[in-house]
Design a protein around this ligand. Structure first.
Ligand code: CU
Length: 282
């Protein structure tokens, strides 16, 4: 029994360390060395994903401990030495009903938040702005159909060109810029092979399939830089086509759009951006 209590103590220590390390090491918008667990949430969907992940972890831990304890009891109390003449029981109605009903209840308890999360992810609310991301071998192109339809390529910054503080393999030369606290509708497609557009802190990951337009959405709840990566093996430079989203204020976003349009040589027609119109109507 001393062995058991020591094992329990050791397991508890590891558990506490792991739990704390997860909280300490998870970063917002980018991974951190020795990270455990998910990146911190920066969108409502990711908040729910993180909650669902933790909820499942508790259920899994409970079931695992329960089975472990049952096994331990059987090993100790019902081995051939401790129990030389075994019972010949083959049926127990109460037990059989219980081990059918209890798992059903557990599965329903998992299914309800699971479907709620699925609908939240799939059923995109009315968008404030639409961006289109096209996966190419091996970079992303972004266009802004609501804001003059300019388009640009977003390529990785190589190690030798990184500025201090820029994460390796995650920094791009031309970021996807979106306004904070706005519903961003993301149209995703591929130009050559299948890629996947994923930004962990926003809780989005969707395949970029040639000849098909997929869509997802996010609402960034804080300003800053959020990194992601192509998440579908797409060829030799799959690991070198990161995604960087810069979330800024409405005013900054409008300035940025104006500058991009000028860059692209697009005339500023009646195009006070949709965002500006929305802001004014509020
Ligand atoms: Cu790719």
């Amino acid at each position: 029994m001393l062995v058991f209590s020591r094992l329990t103590a050791a397991a508890l220590t590891v558990g506490v360390l792991v739990a704390n390390a997860g909280a300490a090491f998870a970063g917002v918008g980018q991974p951190t060395p020795w990270e455990l667990g998910l990146q911190d949430a920066a969108s409502p969907v990711m908040v729910d994903i993180a909650w669902f992940h933790d909820f499942l972890l508790w259920i899994i831990t409970g079931i695992t401990l329960f089975v472990l304890i049952l096994l331990a009891i059987i090993i100790v109390r019902f081995n051939a030495r401790a129990n030389p003449t075994p019972s010949r029981t083959t049926h127990n109605s109460l037990l059989e009903v219980a081990w059918t009903i209890v798992p059903v209840i557990i599965l329903v308890a998992i299914a309800v938040p699971s479907f709620r999360l699925l609908f939240l992810e799939v059923d995109s609310p009315k968008p404030d702005i639409t961006v289109k991301a096209t996966g190419k071998q091996w970079f992303w192109s972004y266009s802004y159909p609501d804001n003059g339809d300019f388009e640009f390529d977003s390529l990785i910054v190589e190690d030798k060109d990184l500025k201090p503080g820029q994460p390796r393999l995650l920094t791009v030369d031309h970021e996807l810029v979106v306004p904070v606290n706005k519903v961003v509708h993301v149209l995703v497609t591929g130009a050559d092979v299948i890629h996947s557009f994923a930004v962990p802190s926003f809780g989005i990951k969707i395949d970029a399939v040639p000849g098909r337009l997929n869509d997802t959405w996010f609402k960034a709840t804080s300003e800053g830089l959020f990194h992601g990566q192509c998440s579908e093996l797409c060829g030799k430079d799959h690991a070198f086509m990161p995604i960087t989203v810069r979330v800024v204020s409405d005013a900054e976003f409008n300035n940025w759009v104006a500058a991009e349009k000028k860059n692209a040589g697009i005339e500023d027609k009646a195009s006070t951006t949709k965002i500006a119109a929305d802001a004014a109507s509020r």
